[in-house]
Each structure stands twice: as C-alpha cells, then as structure tokens.
Design a protein around this ligand. Structure first.
Ligand SMILES: [Zn+2]
Length: 425
C-alpha cells in the first residue's frame, strides 16, 4: 500500500493515521474477499451488502455514507450533501491538493464518508487502481493516496450458437465487451454478419479483472476457438519480450491478415488523398478521397484482400466501379474508372486477395488511364497510403520457444471441460 501525505504530523496523530490506514485496509480486504456469486455483467456491480461479512455489515453501514457525483457537480456541492460545509469543505480541498486536485472529480464516481469516534474519513475512488483518502483529526484534514487492490480470475466459457452470437455468448457467461473482443480476434477469418451458421461453436479462455469493490474492470482473452461451418479457427495470446501482446494461431501465424500494398502495378501516383483540391475537369474544389495510380490501359486490378463484391457497375463520375467489403467488415475498398470488369464478377460473390477484379481504364470523369482507389473504414474514406500496415508477421524464430511455452498451457486449458471459474489469482 503506497501512501503520500500532504502535511507534517506529530506522533499521536501518526498513530491515528495508522488506524485510518488499517481501517481502509480492512475495508479493502473485505471488498476483495467477497466472492461474486454470479458472473458479473460489465456495467453492474454487486449490491453493497454482498461485499461485506454480516458481522461488520451493520457496524460499517451505520457510519458510512456514499454520495455519487452527478454531471455538472463540483466538489463543494458534493461535500455539502455529505454534511461538510463552509470553511470545512474548503479545508478538504486544500488538504487534498498536494496529492490530488479535487476539481478533477468525475460524474459517476463516488465520495464515501466514514465516521467513527469523532474522526472522519473521506474516500474517493480516482480510478480502478488508486483511491484518495482524506482524514480529519482534531479539526485538521490530511490527505494520502492509497493503492486499490485488484483481483483477477480465470474463466472458461463455451457455447453453441443457435440464435445470435451475442445471445449465445451471454448465456455462456461472456459480457458483451469480451464477445466483441472475440469477434475482433477472428474478424480476419470469419465474416460474423454473413458466415455464421446454426450450430457454430466457440470456447474462450479469459481473465476477468475486478477492482476492490467487486466491479468488473476489464477482461482479457488468452485463448479462443471458433468453429464456423465445420472449420476450426484457434487463437492464442502471446506476450513478447517487449510486453507487446498479439494473437497468433497455435502454429505462430498472425491472426491478422495484411492487405496488398497496392491494387495495381502502377507507374506513378498521379494524385494523392486530399480533403480539398481543384477538380481537373469540374474546375471547382472538391475532396479527393482516394489515390490515383497511373497505369497503362488494361493493366489488371487486384482485390487487396479477401472479401465480397458489394457493387459492380457504372457509378456516375467513378465510371466502371467495384466496391469490395472485406472479411473484416469495418473495411471496404473501392476501384474506379475501370475499362472493363473481370469476367463473371457479380454482386455478392467472394473474392480472394490478389484476384483480378477488373482492368485499368478512364471511364467516368478521368483525364487519362488510371485507377482511382479508395480505402474506407466503416464507410469513411481514409488515405490509403497511410493505412497502418497491419502487422501480420508470424512469431519470430528467436521467440518460438517462448511462444510454445506460453501457448501450450493456455491451449490445454481451452480444451478443458467448461466450468464457470478456473482460479482466483
Ligand atoms: Zn482519383
């Protein structure tokens, strides 16, 4: 427990201080010891009564008061609701200042007051890891920061999908954030909106992190399996020597797939992404939401990643136009001014990375043969040349022993019979 104090104290008040810290520690331990009786949802927390053992419940309840900070609140108003008024409220703020500026209190957080034997304690939960402790002794306020103890437990969830993934996952005990992370891990292999089938199944090994009041702060997936239309996908988390975490297949391949650097063998980039530019034909200033690759007429144009054709046909100034939605559904790419489409290309069909989808031309509004290429994230065009190159490198050979050592127990645990709780840490 780390603490820093804002003021000098004598030995007598140091003793009282110590008592305050001990009380704080007891409260913290009680919170930490209270076992959640069911899987806790991401936003809810256990009723206060359940954190505390019955014998101390009454005692603490009698002397503790909580005040929730509302939006637009200021610390003086909150203190007033707790009965700390006038000069005393300002003394609280001044005492706290060396360790924490109380004007930074945030809506939704709580200020807790505990009264015992004429002494007064105030606790403010700054974040999941730190608590501000204010104590009034002989009319003077003292402040210190205290570390909050977090606890984690390892969980294994498994389920078969019959309705929606989110509903099946919730029945298996997964909160929605963890389910979203699960979708994210496999989003380069499985199109969750289109490819899911009744009877698909999943297994997830993950850690839940709780604060000392039993609230779920975060979860982390350690290993996961998804069986989609009979095809099995597995992922395992690897922490590199630099602390970086990334998901790999059990063989050490990255779960994320890179896109091709460019959809065409081009001679030069004739126009870059710009939010405003003077249009060479229309004359007025308008945004250029893609990159123009100059290339000879008829040069093959390739899909930069796996996906599905969402549009193929004539589209105004774009001319002959192809839009591909990638397996990672947030991403789509657009290809314009084509001279012709690849034979048989049609809406809804699957395309593979590198597959030829059409040929360079100058259909629509174009001054010469080039490919106008757009990269869209959730429908919004971003500069294709600044698309962060997805790191899709496998586990380096030098790290393979470390990877196997980390992944073997996680993958073994993933195969275990699903139980609600594996271990407290
Ligand atoms: Zn263009």
């Amino acid at each position: 427990m780390a603490r820093r104090c804002g003021t000098q104290r004598g030995s007598k008040s140091r003793r009282s201080w110590l008592m305050g810290v001990v009380l704080l520690a007891i409260v913290g331990v009680l919170f930490a010891l209270a076992e959640p009786t069911h899987v806790v949802n991401a936003t809810s927390s256990l009723p206060h009564e359940e954190w505390l053992k019955p014998d101390v419940q009454g005692m603490l309840r009698a002397s503790m008061r909580k005040e929730r900070i509302r939006s637009g609140d200021n610390i003086i108003a909150v203190l007033e609701r707790l009965g700390i008024t006038g000069d005393d409220a300002y003394r609280v703020v001044r005492a706290a200042k060396p360790v924490y500026a109380l004007n930074r209190i945030r809506a939704g957080h709580e200020l807790t007051m505990a009264r015992h034997d004429g002494d007064l304690d105030l606790f403010y939960e700054i974040d999941a890891h730190t608590r501000l402790h204010l104590r009034k002794e002989h009319g003077a306020w003292h402040a210190a920061l205290a570390e909050r103890k977090t606890s984690s437990r390892r969980m294994l969830a498994a389920g078969v999908i019959h309705d929606s993934l989110f509903e099946s996952a919730a029945r298996a005990g997964l909160d929605s954030r963890t389910t979203m992370n699960l979708v994210d891990i496999f989003s380069w292999d499985i199109d969750f909106a289109r490819d899911m089938r009744d009877g698909d199944s999943f297994r997830v090994l993950y850690d839940e992190l709780y604060d000392d009041e039993g609230r779920l702060i975060a979860t982390k997936i350690l290993a996961a399996e998804f069986i989609n239309q009979g095809q099995r996908f597995r992922a395992v988390l690897f922490t590199g020597p630099d602390g970086r975490e990334e998901y790999f297949t059990p063989e050490g391949r990255s779960m994320r797939k890179a896109y091709l650097k460019a959809p065409v063998k081009f001679t030069r980039i004739s126009s870059r992404f710009r939010l405003r530019r003077k249009h060479p034909i229309l004359g007025f200033t308008r945004a250029h939401r893609g990159v123009d690759y100059a290339a000879p007429m008829g040069t093959p144009v390739h899909a930069i990643g796996d996906g599905r054709v969402r549009f193929v046909g004539w589209k105004g100034g774009y001319g002959r136009f192809v839009l591909i939605q990638h397996v990672n559904r947030a991403h789509s790419t657009a290809y314009a001014h084509l001279s012709r489409f690849a034979r048989g290309l049609h809406r809804g069909m699957r395309v593979r990375q590198g597959q030829i989808i059409g040929y360079v031309g100058m259909s629509g509004l174009a001054t010469g043969p080039h490919l106008h290429f757009e990269f869209r994230v959730r429908g919004r065009a971003i500069d294709p040349l600044t698309v962060k190159r997805v790191p899709s490198r496998p586990v380096p050979k030098s790290q393979m022993a470390r990877f196997k050592q980390q992944s073997a127990p996680l993958l073994a645990a993933l195969e275990a019979q699903p139980v609600t709780m594996l271990a407290w840490e």
